[in-house]
Design a protein around this ligand. Structure first.
Ligand code: MGD
Ligand code: MGD
Ligand code: SF4
Ligand code: MO
Length: 728
């Protein structure tokens, strides 16, 4: 028996915890947190700690599969599959044009290797198709979109600058690890130690809300009204940073006029929270010297994500919660190109964040700052005519389970001429695919924490508090006799077989157009060396890749220090808190009609033991299903007991779910996570084992955010009743 322990990076979720991987006879045996780590301090979650089981689970795909005419699957050498896919894709492009090929990129595209994202861009550019859909526009697309309406401060927010107040709206970092990355409790301890305040707005008394100084537990979907109410108090009591506003902000009078009707009483009645709590939250936020506001997925999924994110930016801007000239950026970017480090105390004025680039064929949707609206993907497949999508390549995601309006998406995926799914298991999408490419697992490939380094650029309040960089080599080989491939390498080989030439940009180079950033023309005749490509995509980073590689357990890189520079002479850019489109939408909030006949609101959430879709894991941690959590009083009112199967019905369709009692859930809401269950029509009998898919209850062309196209995936009006007798 040979046994060794290798340091590596957990890549089951985007927290990228440094871990020690114990390997016995070439097989991952045990994963534990690296206790020597100065940032994470040995932190891991249950998913990370139990992931060894993934490497040997009998349901792991070790071979690529091809669907036979009778619908069953047979193993096929990966290279043979790639050859066949190349031939089919080339035929489809020749016949229908490049736009007939779409790519779907899910969460694992961004996770196991930082090469995936660059390779996806290179591949789709070479194919000539603009149709890359990702989860970004069904997640928190309001974040980049709102910056377009508001503008962006060209230095970081005070989120990592020892804030005295944090306002978290529908965000639960204790479970999701979205927020301060690292060990979630550390941030909140630090905040409390400084005498700081935590304000949480969430219809559920979440693990995070339990630590809050003030928890508002409103009706879902009322965040815009609540934030407008807070802004009204801050302006009325002149708690804002008048000096910062005078120098850098425009639109205050317009905002003041539109928030005028959002009095504490009006807001309190709408959201069903105490009026004095709205005032208290505003004062807590407005009087703090330093602070920040951030939303999670919940509010972004209410079809008002752009507006909510805009109002949060307005709150931060009114209170001057942005870093100033001379401030030290403690978490200066280490791995992404240094040229995009925000480090100047000045305002980038508003810019177009939608309405440009690719025009989709439905609902007037276009390219956006958050990417192409994924809610239009099913229509782009189903709608006949010029540009109709005939083939989809899906990497790192599970569109058949995760994209809202599952009924339509599954119909669309079934209708394709070619569906290729890269996966580690027979997910619902794999079960519809013509080819299922068996993917390598994270410890079997090199990687870096590039994506978590990038997070502070994406939004306020996400990322690591210090400059932390980490590279890991592959620490184990794929299982003996297996034939698995990295996601990016699959795309590279596929392009090679299609006769395409790929140009690989450094990280974000293609998206952000960094001056001097040139694509590396890849050798298409042989497999590239992973580390050579990693070195290329980290071109221009503040810390050279070769330096990062010398620290097997990762390292802090405080030097060279980054300080915020003063405003350029003559710079006149201003942030806009009075955008006419946003303020019109806000004004409409007070008159929005309530749907009748649906007494409950279904709200989104995450579960500790899974990363979205259930993946095989150690048997003791694998959840059997995703419960529909209801307040005990609601259960009693429905005449249902915990553990009973209930029917949840929206205006789109109905699903079955297993009810569970939970007094942290606001009465009148049902809190349920997504991506469970099987294919429509096949999973009802199995609900206690396989769980339920709330995305099935959502129509992709119903109530939606008009900029991102994101449908209402939280605050969904539903009726709940006992399941039909034969289904209980
Ligand atoms: N109703 C509703 N719908 C939602 C949401 C919601 O809250 N409610 N949330 C939305 C959000 S925020 C997101 S990001 C999306 C997520 O949507 P997706 O990204 O599509 O979903 P995931 O479950 O993260 O994708 C996981 C896929 O990758 C596979 N996988 C797991 N581990 C690995 C690995 O190590 N390597 C590889 N190659 N594959 C792996 C899994 O088998 C699965 O098929 O869902 C969205 N949909
Ligand atoms: N353990 C675990 N971690 C994960 C994931 C996972 O599936 N499991 N998924 C990952 C992904 S893809 C993402 S995008 C992040 C998401 O990270 P978060 O956004 O922090 O995810 P959640 O924990 O679902 O928190 C959303 C919160 O919004 C609340 N909410 C729902 N509707 C509303 C509303 O109308 N208003 C308000 N104010 N709140 C509302 C819910 O009650 C919930 O507590 O998590 C990531 N991390
Ligand atoms: S928080 Fe995420 S990265 Fe850390 S151990 Fe858990 S799954 Fe892995
Ligand atoms: Mo997400």
């Amino acid at each position: 028996m040979t046994s060794r322990t290798s340091p590596s990076i957990c890549r089951v979720c985007m927290n990228f915890c440094p871990v020690d991987v114990e390997i016995v006879d070439g097989v991952v045996q045990r994963v534990s947190g690296d206790r020597t780590n100065p940032i994470y301090r040995g932190y891991t979650c249950v998913k990370g700690r139990t992931q060894a089981a993934r490497y040997t689970d009998p349901s792991r795909l070790l071979h690529t599969l091809v669907r036979r005419p009778d619908g069953t699957y047979a193993p096929i050498p990966t290279d043979e599959a790639i050859g066949a896919i190349a031939e089919k894709l080339t035929g489809i492009v020749d016949r229908f044009g490049p736009r007939s090929v779409a790519l779907f990129g899910g969460t694992y595209m961004a996770m196991d290797s930082p090469l995936n994202l660059s390779m996806v861009d290179a591949f789709m550019t070479a194919v000539g198709s603009p149709l890359t859909f990702t989860t970004s526009t069904i997640d928190q697309p309001g974040k980049p979109l709102a910056k377009g309406f508001h503008g962006a401060w060209m230095a970081p927010s005070q989120a990592f600058d020892d804030p005295d107040v944090a306002l978290l709206v529908g965000n639960n970092p204790f479970v999701s690890h979205q927020g301060r990355n690292g060990a979630p409790a550390d941030f909140f301890r630090g905040l409390a130690a400084r005498g700081g305040r935590l304000i949480v707005i969430d219809p559920r008394r979440t693990e995070t809300a339990k630590r809050a100084t003030l928890h508002l537990q409103p009706r879902p979907g009322e965040d815009a009204a609540l934030l407008a109410g807070m802004i009204r108090v801050i302006l009325a009591e002149a708690l804002h940073d008048t000096e910062f506003v005078a120098e850098n902000v425009t639109g205050v009078d317009a905002l003041r006029a539109v928030v005028a009707p959002f009095t504490p009483d009006v807001v309190a009645a709408r959201a069903d929270v105490p009026a004095e709590d709205v005032v208290a939250a505003a004062r807590m936020f407005g009087t703090a010297a330093k602070g920040y506001a951030a939303a999670g997925t919940g509010p972004n999924m209410t079809a008002k994500g752009t507006l909510v994110e805009y109002l949060l930016l307005c709150l931060d801007t009114l209170c001057g919660h942005w870093m100033r000239a001379g401030d030290r950026v403690r978490n200066a970017l280490s791995l992404v190109p240094a040229a995009i480090q925000p480090d100047k105390a000045q305002a980038l004025p508003p810019f177009p964040a939608y309405g440009y680039g690719e025009q989709l064929r439905v609902r007037g949707l276009t390219m956006t700052a958050a990417g192409l609206p994924t809610a239009a993907m099913a229509d782009e497949i189903l709608l006949p005519g010029e540009g109709q999508v005939r083939a989809v390549v899906s990497v790192g995601g599970n569109p058949a389970a995760c994209v809202p309006d599952q009924l339509k998406m599954v119909e669309a995926l079934r209708s394709l001429d070619l569906l290729v799914q890269v996966d580690i298991q027979m997910s619902p999408t794999a079960a519809l695919a013509d080819y299922v490419i068996a993917s390598t697992l994270p410890f079997e490939m090199p990687g870096t924490n590039l994506m978590v380094d990038f997070l502070p650029l994406y939004a306020n309040g996400v990322g690591l508090p210090e400059s932390w960089a980490h590279y890991t080599p592959a620490v184990v080989d794929p299982p003996d006799g297996s034939d698995v491939i990295e996601q990016w390498r699959f795309l590279h080989r596929l392009a090679g077989r299609m006769g395409l030439q790929l140009g690989l940009y450094p990280a974000l180079g293609e998206v952000i157009h960094i001056e001097g950033s040139e694509p590396l023309q890849l050798d298409m005749t042989q497999d590239p060396d992973t580390d050579d490509l990693l070195e290329h995509i980290h071109t221009g980073s503040r810390i050279p890749f070769t330096e990062i590689k010398q620290h097997p357990r990762g390292a802090l890189f405080p030097d060279p220090p980054v300080h915020v520079r003063p405003r350029d002479p003559g710079w006149e850019g201003r942030l806009d808190v009075g955008n006419a489109i946003m303020l019109t939408d806000l004004g409409d909030e007070l008159t929005a009609p309530e749907p009748e006949g649906y007494p409950f609101r279904l709200i989104s959430r995450r579960l500790m033991h899974v990363m979205n879709a259930p993946t095989f894991a150690a048997p003791q941690t694998r959840p059997r299903h995703n419960p529909a959590y209801l307040h005990p009083a609601d259960l009693a009112g429905l005449g249902v007991e915990a553990g009973d199967v209930v029917e949840i019905r929206s205006d789109r369709t109905a699903i079955l779910a297993v009810a569970e009692a939970d007094d942290t859930v606001r009465p009148g809401t049902v809190s349920i996570s997504h991506a469970f269950g099987g294919l429509p029509g096949e999973d009802d009998a199995d609900v206690r084992r396989a769980g339920s898919n709330p995305g099935r209850l959502v129509a992709d062309d119903g109530v939606h955010d008009r900029f991102s196209g994101q449908p209402r995936m939280s605050n969904v009006p539903v009726r709940i009743g006992p399941a039909p007798v034969d289904r209980r």
